[in-house]
Design a protein around this ligand. Sequence first.
Ligand code: FES
Length: 568
Amino acid sequence: MPTGLRKGLTSYGDAGFSLFLRRAFIKAMGYSEDALDRPIVGVTNTYSDFNPCHGNVPDLIEAAKRGVMLAGGLPMVFPTISIHESFSHPTSMFLRNLMALDTEEMIRAQPMDAVLLIGGCDKTLPAQLMGAASADIPAIVLPTGPMLVGHHKGEVLGACTDCRRMWAKYRAGEIDADEIDQLTDRLAPTKGTCMVMGTASTVACMVEALGMCLPGAASIPATHADRIRAAEASGAAAVKLAASGRTPRQIMTKAAFRNAFAVLQAIGGSTNAVIHFTAVAGRLGIDIDLAEFDRLGLDVPVLVDLKPSGDHYMEHFHWAGGMPKLLKEIAPHIDLATLTVAGGTLADYAAGAEDVPGQTVIRSAADPIAVGGGLAVLAGNLAPGGALLKRSAATARLMQHEGRAVVFDGIEDMTTRLDDPDLDVTADDVLVLRNAGPKGAPGMPEAGYIPIPKKLARAGVKDMVRISDARMSGTAFGTIVLHMSPESADGGPLGLVRNGDRIRLDAEGRRIDLLVSDAELAARRAAWVPPPAHPGSDRGYLRLYIEQVTQAEQGCDFAFCLPARGPQ
Ligand code: FES
């Protein structure tokens, strides 16, 4: 098996010439023969002026390169796509699979014995893991890390739970335009990823539970010196990983995914992670059984007290012991024998946990934040392919609820009519948003956090049952049913709901149902007309996306990226 510069030669019909040419060109960069003979560690560069969550990437790359060289390897930095949540049109989810393709093919195309994946903003680590899973060379992840908290008028602020809370206050007339402007200086005060238990933090924690990053790497603040040291250590670990030949397929086993999903329940993490890790597992031919995930939630208590479900932020989680401490607390529910990029097993991570006297961020199993599952998987006639409810961020009294449907036919319809003073809506109604799924929007936007209609918000209504085929930000909160599958644009039953229908949410029974007879539903289905094609969907990436994207329970990956049928 060729290594280093000899890997994956460009095809000229003469392997000797290919290597000669490669060496000749790379020497233009000033490398010596000694350097070029070392094991090569590819380091992804996802720095972008559009991506503040990756603002520390240049510093991390420098430290990672130092780590690679101290361990005797040659670091080679290469660019891939970078995706930031608020700089991605139409959505970052639309671009996740493009980044996965880019990452996979650049790993495969260029000669490297291991790859260090540096990412952080919501879709980047999932995309990088998907690519690395398919390329299957030794790979290690370095999250960019969470930003520090913000402060405003004596309050601690977190992006983006408080972005939404403050915007809701502005909509309700509780704060004015000057204050909302001032908040743009304070909500995201440093480089790094959102510092609540949103999607980025959830994904980073699950990556650590999978064994794909070094212990502690999920939670060290982005701007802290320890993050730089973690980058150096990750570079050194990548060289050892290259020597061991341990690949993602050996680390990301079915048991490792089960561990990651147990952590998702224990942290009350983002619903988006279910889609992302289903996609990563799918690349390895591993099915994620949503019913089993739901059962896992009944056993694994929510132990981490972070916003949006709790009170604290990622830096507090880190100083309370971070993932090693959490793994130790949930040890009875996970398999600590799974392998890691550090060379040992997950038991080593848990064994290294620091006991921090008096900390209240990571609770013990005897004193949980909540039991019964942070995330619930729903079935029912409105979601035959499944749906998710983030119980830990929902209102208890709405968990069992029946109400009248108020339907929005898409995001534009919702934006146009939601705040209309004449909208026929009460606090007991169920807001329905459709045509906002993977194909319908397209790109499955984080529009599931349907704002409370202004007239109700001004009357003090804080939460309502809201259902959609969209996603929501991991930083959002409310009694919100998401990822309803199949999506309405693909013929799902959400497309058959009419204004005034009765809808029942039964969180304990894990059901979301439209209380309309089967005969009536069959008649509506026969008359259903699919929404018109998206402008521009006749060519390019949008065409590929619409033709290939799968539904939420399959991870919204491209169908052609899944293996024919891998090992289970
Ligand atoms: Fe990048 Fe929140 S916007 S992690």
